[in-house]
Design a protein. Structure first.
Length: 320
């Protein structure tokens, strides 16, 4: 169980163009000055906005119907030609071999996260023979991590991610769907808050299980859910986050298995916008050892990301 959170070190973010990504910092009174005015839809390009979505307000917030989580506010269906990067107006790729505070073994490269031409984002983890310099020496593995940091953030609503991950028995695999507060660059972890919508841990090969968690400077709460052998994580499932001002609920395929309420933690950082992260880590504290006999590459596939209700934000700064 990941009681210490996934990410505690800084990363380098690469884009598919030469423009660098601007960090998004949204603390307190700075929030209203951190966003652009105008219509968000034109800036996002290929990503879709729900029909009930309004134009951006002066605060830069693009509101769907916050009281009705049946209203689609935003989605990315990952449509595009095979080999193309995910929409650079929304996503930026991490370039990092620092271990991310968890002694992970992968070196994140942009080319490991690409569309497959069939409506999916594919993150591929593979063995490497020292192409890059990782924290432990020449890199042994490459993989991918993408973020909406600096491009898009949201607060509240229902998030759905339909995805398929390496199944139990694939040693070292540590895939995740997670979020960090947009003030991360200003206050660090865990003060920014972390929401783990999905994780599975390659260190535990005896069970098929997934994990949900939240982390804050006021404590953490997590829950493992074990499945019968009939549940195959390598098949597509819908992982969900239902986020309200005073509660967070996480589930899979329509079944909620994790609930945390505001009173459960002494500090509740979950009242600000958060950015979304999709990644496939290798090794580390929860991935565990990678067997020499393990057959790679490992693959994580994402069919779509959809936000219903809630509040959508657009950050300032260059977009790739």
């Amino acid at each position: 169980m990941d009681t210490e959170g996934r990410h505690r070190s800084s990363t380098t973010l690469g884009t598919s163009s030469s423009s660098a990504m601007a960090a998004m910092g949204l603390g307190g009174s700075r929030t209203r000055r951190s966003f652009i005015k105008g219509v968000l839809a034109g800036a996002i390009g290929g990503a879709s906005l729900g029909a009930g979505t309004a134009v951006a307000l002066e605060s830069g917030i693009l509101r769907g119907n916050s009281s009705n989580n049946a209203t689609l506010t935003w989605s990315d269906e990952f449509d595009g030609p095979s080999g193309a990067p995910p929409n650079p107006a929304i996503w930026s790729a991490v370039v990092n071999g620092a271990g991310n505070g968890n002694q992970e073994l992968e070196y994140y490269i942009p080319s490991a996260s690409a569309l497959d031409g069939n409506g999916n984002l594919v993150i591929t983890a593979n063995r490497d023979s020292g192409t890059y310099q990782a924290w432990y020496g020449p890199s042994r593995f490459t993989s991918g991590e993408i973020r909406t940091q600096g491009r898009l953030a949201f607060r509240y609503g229902r998030l759905e991610v339909r995805a398929a991950f390496p199944s139990a028995g694939q040693s070292g695999a540590w895939p995740a769907i997670w979020l960090l507060g947009t003030n991360y660059n200003n206050v660090g972890w865990p003060a920014c808050g972390e929401i783990d919508v999905f994780e599975s841990f390659g260190r535990d090969l005896s069970t098929t299980q997934i994990s949900a968690a939240v982390h804050s400077s006021g404590g953490s709460k997590s829950q493992l859910r074990k499945f019968s052998p009939a549940h195959d994580a390598s098949q597509f499932h819908v992982y969900t986050l239902d986020w309200q001002p005073k509660s967070i609920e996480i589930g899979v395929d329509g079944h909620t298995y994790f609930v945390v309420k505001k009173g459960d933690l002494s500090v509740w950082p979950f009242s600000q916008p958060y950015f979304l992260i999709l990644n496939l880590a290798i090794g580390g504290t929860e991935g565990g050892n990678v067997s020499d006999a393990a057959t790679m590459p490992y693959i994580a596939r994402f069919d779509y990301v959809r936000l219903y209700g809630g509040e959508l934000y657009r950050a300032t700064g260059p977009v790739g």
